[in-house]
Design a protein around this ligand. Structure first.
Ligand code: ZN
Length: 151
């Protein structure tokens, strides 16, 4: 690891996580949340795919996608999962796209399948709005680290 590499530690008192430079390992730092003194023993906190969020080279790039993802979800093909495909949330995206395609095809023969598309569009609109409302930090945590597929 390089001097500038980051690691994470979890405060034993309030369970909040914070990051520190690996160069400071072994030192003691006050928890930014509750001010308890915490020993900086490197504990790498990883996400769903083993992502080490403190050393993620795509962190800024992902956060920069927030605006586009929000607008896609709200206004452009969100019912087909466009906003989720864009963020790499492929499981949720494929499910939305499948439901909408089934709805469109069914809609050629009956009215009710179009309701599926309407439901997907409503979900995507709300999701896009949620993306835009989140702080950069929680956007990154929820959709890149934890790969949260829905809302
Ligand atoms: Zn704490």
């Amino acid at each position: 690891m390089t001097e500038s590499a980051k690691a994470g530690v979890r405060c034993p008192d309030c369970q909040s996580e914070f990051e520190f430079s690996v160069a400071e390992s072994g030192g003691i730092q006050a928890c930014p949340n509750c001010s308890s003194l915490v020993t900086l023993a490197a504990e790498v906190i990883v996400g769903a795919d083993g992502l080490d969020r403190f050393n993620d080279p795509f962190r800024e790039e992902f956060i920069d996608k927030k605006l586009t993802a929000g607008l896609l979800g709200m206004f452009l093909l969100g019912a087909y999962g466009s906003h989720k495909f864009y963020l790499g949330l492929n499981r949720g995206a494929l499910l939305m796209a499948s439901v909408s395609v089934v709805g469109i095809i069914g809609g050629m023969f009956f009215i009710w399948p179009l309701l599926l598309v309407f439901v997907m569009a409503t979900i995507s609109f709300v999701e896009g709005f949620i993306y835009l409302a989140k702080s950069d930090e929680s956007f990154y945590e929820d959709y890149r680290v934890r790969e949260q597929q829905w809302f």
